[in-house]
Design a protein around this ligand. Sequence first.
Ligand SMILES: C[S@@+](CC[C@H](N)C(=O)[O-])C[C@H]1O[C@@H](n2cnc3c(N)ncnc32)[C@H](O)[C@@H]1O
Length: 245
Amino acid sequence: MIEIHNLDLRNKTILEVGTGRGGTTLELIELLKKFPSAKLITSDIIDVKEELMQFCQGFMNVQNRITFIQSDATDLNSIPNESIDIIIVNYTLCAINSIIGKLTMAINRFFHLLKPGGILLIEEEYPIESAKTENQCIWADKWRMLKTALISSGNLPFNEIHPDQLTQILSLLNFIEIEKEDGLNMLHHSEILPLFEYQISGSISSNGDSYLEKGLLKWAGKIKKKIEKLEFMEIPYYRLSAKKT
Ligand SMILES: C[S@@+](CC[C@H](N)C(=O)[O-])C[C@H]1O[C@@H](n2cnc3c(N)ncnc32)[C@H](O)[C@@H]1O
């Protein structure tokens, strides 16, 4: 399994798709410090440039090697084909996959952006129906509640993809040497509850249907209590690496 932390990033250009709140970007910035000739382009469908620049202020020696591009993952048209050595897409394919067909289009775009021999690295949560233990079922319940809230307010919910299907799509689009690794993320309630509150506030909209809103808030309250009781939420995730021919 190819791991970015083991790669020689000398003179490499890395593209991150889905900057979000910068969890992975921060890890990539740490790598840029070790490789002064490496460059990072980070991109998101929404404009997070200002937050990113604030974020980078403490990293003066890498700031001029980081560029932000606001783009849909299926476009990224300002980047020339065959110009990227490594593409990193963490916890973003599930968001792209909220619109049917876009996931395949995005992976096809990644293929064209990569240089021959370039590498695609993906990290995603498993689809929620794969929850097995009690600590995983509460993770699945959390997503069921958030997805219901998003759908009922007219928004598009995340749609996780199983690694078996993703592997087939990668293979159909001519990626080779596809490897997978599973992992379990154990999150303490002190970490997960503030994130859950943030997600609830972004998902439950005041759409005037107070009956529905009350029901969703009651469901969220039950989930919060269960998370506190169990102490830890268990999140099954996977990593995939693939190479362009
Ligand atoms: C969960 S966040 C990413 C988390 C981040 N990669 C990390 O590791 O912390 C998902 C991101 O995908 C972005 N997104 C959703 N649809 C997209 C699309 N079609 N193209 C590019 N980015 C998209 C969202 O704006 C959001 O910032």
